[in-house]
Design a protein around this ligand. Structure first.
Ligand SMILES: [Zn+2]
Length: 164
């Protein structure tokens, strides 16, 4: 009898005789992970499937307009986390666009452009002393933890940068 180790929970299981290549056990958590992974892979590789999923979730949102509002109201932390993630996705997309725009002619045409990428760089927007340059500035993600440590943390950060 064949035995396998589940690639999620790493427990030993016996594959179904109808699916000898089965690599995930029958546990509900593992099966949920398997379906989610397969869904993600399919969305990434199959444009038609992606379109069907988008249409379907659009229809669902139209039928349930209150769901997301109620969910946002009851989970402000989730809303903030999603906002941060969206910001990171937008930044990545902008950097990718910038990297793909590698024609020197196009770059010359944009006389002065300042790219502010990252959190907390807004104050640099007015500080634009160098015309005809492209700046790509990427900030580190904001520190987690108590706010009171910001002064000392920044000082030690600067010291360690100049020392190294
Ligand atoms: Zn498992």
């Amino acid at each position: 009898m064949v035995e396998r180790r589940c690639r999620y929970c790493e427990r030993v299981f016996q594959p179904s005789k109808f699916q000898l290549s089965q690599s995930v056990c029958g546990g509900s958590d593992c099966q949920r992970q398997r379906r989610a992974e397969s869904h993600r892979r399919k969305i990434a590789s199959d444009p038609e499937y992606r379109q069907v999923c988008q249409d379907s979730s659009r229809k669902w949102r139209t039928r349930n307009p209150e769901y997301w509002r109620r969910r946002r109201e009851s989970n402000p932390a989730v809303v903030e986390r999603n906002r941060q993630r969206q910001r990171v996705r937008d930044q990545k997309r902008r950097l990718r666009d910038l990297a793909n725009n590698n024609s020197a002619f196009d770059l010359k045409c944009s006389a002065a452009q300042v790219w502010l990428v990252g959190v907390g760089l807004e104050h640099l927007a007015n500080n634009n002393p160098a015309p005809a340059q492209i700046w790509v500035l990427e900030a580190l993600p904001p520190r987690r933890g108590p706010q009171t440590e910001s002064c000392q943390q920044q000082r030690s950060g600067i010291d360690s940068v100049s020392a190294g």
